[in-house]
Ligand binder design. Sequence first.
Ligand code: MEV
Length: 441
Amino acid sequence: MQRVQVIKGFSKLSKEEKLKQVTSYFDNPKEAERILKTFWHRDQKIQNRLEEFSENTITNFYVPYGIAPNFLINNQLYLIPMVIEESSVVAAAASSAKFWSEHGGFHTEVVSMNKIGQVHFIWEGDKENLVNKAAELKRELVHGTKHLTENMEKRGGGLINIEIIDMTNELDNYYQLKASFDTVDSMGANFINTILEEFALILDRFFAKQEDWPEHERHCEVIMAILSNYTPECLVKTEVEASIEAFKNCDNNLSAEKFVSKFEKAVRIAQIDVHRAATHNKGVFNGIDAVVLATGNDFRAVEAGGHTFASRNGRYSSLTDVRIENGKMNYSLTIPMALGTVGGLTSLHPMAKFSLELLNNPNAEQLMMIAASVGLANNYSAVKSLITKGIQAGHMKMHLFNILNHLGASKQEKDKAVEFFKERKVSYSSVNDLISSLRSN
Ligand code: MEV
């Protein structure tokens, strides 16, 4: 690989030219080009569609699309589509789903559906003046964006509320317009941001026309207008519950009581220790992100909101909670989640569309409940493994194929390895030893 140079006007090149430019840095440009082209979709229409999602596209990056069956959510069974590269996540979701389907499944509800957007502005004025004009300003903001909110209102959503917030204690002359929106079945980022940018213009005009205000108060500086990915009012809760007795076969060495007590302690540790909380919540997002990706939603937005929510009490903490009462263990996850089932990539990406169909074309609330349940399922499986046989046993079993592929194992060698490792511990060196011995015979 040669040292890359500054490239001017890369975005203006054709796809073929971009590809040639990138591969020219490789020791074997022809081979690099061949690899990239291997991943082009054979259907040109689909390829064009994929390329239009982003910029400077030269090929596609494949990630496995798996299915976790047996998810019983609010008494309905689902086959869950999961897009994830990490081995054992789909297996963990599936095993948890099966266990919980035998104990009533996931019970879930959407607590609220409102999303937040803000216009951040600096205004050097007498706060009383703003307070006196607040109602008039809000009316103008609502009226001035009617043409943008009308359609959403017809679908049952729209602009819910506007607040003017004095933040001058935090930063000199800093105020916010904080608006909340219901975007129904769309994720709503474009809808919210368009309205906020219109708010910024209206705000500017509103200040300018206050003739009885001193000159310097008739101007505000809009710093930015943007939605917030922290959506604590777009919230879903999912829970499972089973009698302690139900956990009697979870581990050969632990009684049901001991299992539940260890499980509870593991969750409490994630509630009080930030290092453990981060990993614990990562396990929740293993499941959620995989569903969010499979349905063409924005996993960065969901992650941002979830992690912020995890810190809402001033210390980053577990997103899940456990209660042991009356001989039962109740395990729950409460998490904000801004998802859409219309708009965005949901119908444009052929596989996102497929996933939604597989899920029986849910609305946004139903998809929130499904994704949250998969998050809880993955977290349950992870904690269960951690307090029993440890995470590596299952993880490395699934990782076996990655190691075998790394070693260039043939189909025959893979079959032998799977048989060999049924009862043995998988590690890179143990697999390497086996393959070497097979090859030397
Ligand atoms: C690995 O992807 C996720 C876990 O580390 C989560 C956890 O520790 O709870 C297993």
